[in-house]
Ligand binder design. Structure first.
Ligand code: ARG
Length: 274
């Protein structure tokens, strides 16, 4: 199925601070390579028949490439992000103002939440991570705004600091996830709701293989996640591997670079920054 995404070119990409265990400011980052890998991902989405809007990158916001964290968009309603770390604070208003300029119904958040990093639409419900970045109060806020049940899940491993590093929504009724990233109770919730889920290995998780983007059929995932690709294929999904090694240095992958824009009719797509 064709989707609409918002992305941000990594023009100002860098790893200058550490807000997750993957980030090492002493390791060199190749910005040109990051841009090339990002461009491959962008062109891949177009070739799969998706629509991709672009937001202008802001100097001084090296993590702005991770568009998934910029907001949560469901039924044309935009729930703004409010970042936990001051280093990323200015990204929230930058994304919210893009949505306002493009005619969306925007809502600034009252609680800390990092957009689709932690709030993932799965069919009728929203699966929501907490414990490391997004506050539980934001789950309640999202439930009220979207009028959809929010299922709170406790993240317990700092390497999997956002829900989208540990869980991928594959279709309206199935997911892939790495149990070790969740508290025992949350693992039980996931087993109960998704008995047929793809359970990823520790190796798949450690290459951020679950930071994947599914359109219901095709699943774009980091090329290093080879076992996960096989497991997805055996469940009837088509794995589409991409090399995102440079963005991985900031703890990111394909999903982090991709904010899904759902349920908006009307305004023309923006060519900002194209
Ligand atoms: N360096 C960023 C951070 O730690 C990476 C964000 C990745 N985004 C994501 N959706 N998981 O906030």
């Amino acid at each position: 199925m064709s989707r609409r995404y918002l992305m941000c070119r990594p023009t100002h990409f860098a790893v200058d601070y550490t807000i997750n265990p993957w980030m090492d400011p002493t390791a060199p980052v190749d910005v040109e390579r990051a841009v090339a890998q990002w461009t491959t991902l962008y062109e891949l989405y177009l070739s799969l028949g998706h629509t991709v809007d672009l937001i202008d990158p802001v100097p001084g916001l090296p993590d702005m490439v991770f568009a998934a964290n910029g907001a949560t968009v469901v039924d044309g309603k935009v729930y703004g992000a409010q970042f936990r770390h001051p280093e990323r604070a200015d990204e929230g208003p930058a994304y919210l103002s893009w949505f306002a300029r493009n005619g969306f119904d925007v809502h600034a958040a009252k609680n800390v939440n990092e957009g689709e990093g932690d709030l993932l639409l799965a069919g009728e419900v929203i699966l929501a991570g907490t414990g490391l970045r997004t506050e539980h109060a934001a789950h309640l806020e999202a439930q009220e705004l979207f009028g959809r049940p929010v299922i709170s899940l406790q993240l317990v491993d700092p390497r999997y600091y956002h829900l989208d590093t540990a869980l991928t929504v594959l279709s309206h009724d199935n997911i892939a996830y790495y149990p070790g990233a969740f508290s025992p109770g949350s693992q039980e919730v996931l087993r109960r709701l998704y008995p047929d889920a793809v359970v990823a290995t520790a190796e798949d998780a450690a290459v951020l293989g679950l930071n994947a983007v599914s359109d219901g059929d095709r699943v774009v995932l980091p090329s290093a996640a080879t076992a996960l690709a096989g497991a997805l294929a055996s469940k009837g999904f088509q794995p589409v591997p991409v090399d995102v090694s440079e963005l991985h240095k900031a703890g990111g992958g394909p999903k982090c670079c991709t904010l899904e824009v759902r349920g908006m009719t009307g305004p023309e797509r923006s060519e900002e920054g194209a």
